[in-house]
Design a protein around this ligand. Structure first.
Ligand SMILES: Cc1ncc(C[n+]2csc(CCOP(=O)(O)OP(=O)(O)O)c2C)c(N)n1
Ligand SMILES: [Mg+2]
Length: 314
């Protein structure tokens, strides 16, 4: 979690320096959700798909963070050879299926991945993340219906961070219990407190086991919070500084550090070493990205079609 936090804080600084351009949606504050998840799945076979707040997901799934940093720089050594960028982190080798910019677009894709695994008799579960804004897309209902009908091995997770861009959940819904959207499909569903990784892991264990046993999907609304703006150019007039501070008081990383110290799981020296290692790793990522070249103009015409159809313009 510390690596993810520091990696993204560095990304914010690099954005201001215009080393990273375009959009940049940061995950700071939401780390306990992903941390809990990683403890509940088998990253060697289970698959994860998410929206555009996706920089740290492939890192959690085992991709070296330098490839994510290079992708953010638009460099050829990036995870998508510099042609995906911030919103489209992808690593098939690490079962990370993106990185999707169309709000809600990944919901049916997640069910589709789960369908493929069921059809091919793979013992794998798909985790399909979405935001509180995405649950208002009609495609959620079509997907929930088919996923329940076919008992697909999928866990749908709504990361409710309170806002869709600058619009609060309260402003867009008659009732704010997002988890209840599962009830209409008799899909097991519940709200989960999302600032403590072990609580997330406990509920995900149940959901992932259910999917793996062939008993079908679960819908979890995990309540979390993002500290940064929606993207980098967000003046954040829709919330108060006090609200952000209240969540920082229950910060997941501070909380875990407290548990480690209280239970003497690690000495101060070991904790300092971890902090130092994280700092060095983030620096390694930036150095790697800086030193890498941009894609060549010819690369523009590659990776458009699968197979040999790599057009080179005269
Ligand atoms: C189909 C579609 N409509 C609108 C947008 C513009 N848009 C980008 S992000 C966003 C808000 C999504 O919020 P949420 O699902 O809560 O995710 P979060 O940013 O909080 O992680 C919107 C409306 C889009 N990308 N796609
Ligand atoms: Mg949101």
């Amino acid at each position: 979690m510390l690596l993810w936090r520091k990696f993204e804080e560095k990304c914010a600084a690099l954005y201001i320096q215009q080393k990273i351009r375009g959009f940049l949606h940061l995950y700071n504050g939401q780390e306990a959700v992903l941390s809990g998840l990683i403890n509940s799945i088998d990253i060697k076979k289970d698959k994860v798909i998410t929206a555009y707040r996706c920089h740290v997901l492939p890192i959690a799934m085992g991709l070296h963070p330098k490839y994510v940093m290079a992708e953010l720089f638009g460099k050829v050594t990036g995870s998508s050879n510099g042609k995906g960028g911030s919103m489209h982190m992808f690593s098939k080798e690490h079962n990370c299926f993106g990185g999707h910019g169309i709000v809600g677009g990944q919901i049916p894709l997640g069910a589709g991945i789960a369908f493929a695994d069921q059809y091919n008799h793979n013992d794998a579960v798909t985790i399909c993340f979405m935001g509180d804004g995405a649950v208002r897309q009609g495609v959620l209902h079509e997907t929930f219906n088919m996923a329940m009908n076919w008992r697909l091995p999928v866990v749908f997770i709504c990361e409710n961070n309170g806002y869709a861009m600058g619009t609060s959940v309260q402003r867009t819904a008659n009732h704010t219990d997002i988890w209840k959207l599962g009830l209409g499909y008799e899909m097991p569903c519940l709200p989960v407190e999302g600032m403590k990784p072990e609580i997330v892991a406990k509920e995900l264990d149940v959901a992932v086991n259910r999917a793996r046993k062939g008993e079908g999907p679960t819908f979890l609304e995990i309540k979390t919070y993002r500290y940064k703006g929606h993207s980098m150019s967000d003046a954040q007039h829709y919330r108060t500084k006090k609200e952000i501070e209240e969540y920082k008081n229950i910060d997941p990383i501070d909380y875990v550090l407290g548990v480690i110290k209280d239970n003497k799981h690690a000495s101060s020296k070991e904790i300092n070493n971890i902090q130092q290692e994280v700092k060095e790793l983030v620096k390694e990522c930036v150095d790697f990205a800086e030193a890498s070249p941009f894609p060549s103009p010819d690369d523009l015409y590659k990776d458009i079609y699968e197979g040999p159809y790599n057009f080179i313009m005269d």
